[in-house]
Write a protein that binds this ligand. Sequence first.
Ligand code: SF4
Length: 424
Amino acid sequence: MSGYYIWTIGCQMNKADSEHMACTLERAGYSPAPQAEQADIVVLNSCVVRGSAETRVVNRLNSLKGLKKKCPAVTIALTGCMVDSRVDDLRRRFPWVDIFFQPQQWQGLEDWISERESSDSAQRGGAATPPGGTVAAFVPVIHGCDNFCAYCVVPYRRGRARSRPLTEICSEVEALVERGVKEVTLLGQIVDLYGNDLPSGPDLAGLLAELNRMAGLERIRFLTNHPNHMSPRLIGAVADLDKVCEHISLPVQAGDDAILSLMRRGYTADQYRRLVTDIRRRVPGICLSTDVIVGFPGETEEQFARTANLLSELRFDKVHIAAYSPRPDTIASRKMEDDVSREQKESRRGRLEAMQLRIAGEINAGLVYGKVEVLVEGLKGGRWWGRTRGDKLVFFPGNPDLVGRLVPVRVDKSSPVALQGMPV
Ligand code: SF4
């Protein structure tokens, strides 16, 4: 039997894209190979949002050079945000790669399948449904981004914002539910803008209301939000729709207004604070996560301290902290000097991580002795694991097969990253 191997790095959108490619290959008769060495096609789904991610992709590409030499028949494909419309430079750097295609430009993969198998199965197109058996799935609802934040390469690689039609999304979610999926996470670079480009809508709140009616679906999440587009109507949907989880991902990126302006984020720290206050008032107990970049060009210690103060004041459940690295094509890389030293960036990141570890530990400790609802996703080290509506990881013991079940769990222990308890 023919095999495929997909290596994925980066955001949930990349994971969703990899699920789509896996589904396309499986429809054409391929099955997953445990290692690249055993596959007929190896696909690297790349990310270049940070310099560190790009280094990992390059290392992985270099490691495949030997495989191609040993097995010339294997096809190596590169996709994801490393690939833009000009691939000459990539061809020169990585001549052992056979196919390059931009994110979600599936034709490159479909042509390869057609040529190799003379099969028309890959030409079906339309909505992808990831292979069955999983409890939670990602569903992209809007592709691309028009925001052009100064540091971000995504608009250059994933193109303009384009929403998928409501009917296509509903069909995909229905198919996922038939395969046992209980939770979907709707994805977009700015997911709140879903529907803006659809002449007859709906908006994201409308889409959530539609999915909330779907029998068999238990939970709905959505990410990533942009503070300028998180509308009262959307916050109301989180408050009112029973399947929509109390969990919002709302990147702030910095707590200093001058840095926010240089980043072209379009809001001030105080506007962000007010939004968080509104969300917490409307949805008590909501879990909030955010993203922060430290060491953006020109960031002083004083400006960094404003970011630290904001995180200390707002106390997020999770914070993803990245050190700035210039990305090709972006406004920051073209117009700003990367003048914060690597040591300063690492020091700032370390300080924020230490503070967030303490805050997350305190928040999670507050859940001990309480009851949480866990959607069970699997078994690890002899214990069931799953997540709460607020996206907290929970482990608990138990005998029967609980995968896909909603289990009430009494929390006995906590750490900054997970909870432990007993089913009740
Ligand atoms: S909103 Fe900004 S950070 Fe997010 S994908 Fe678009 S450009 Fe990048």
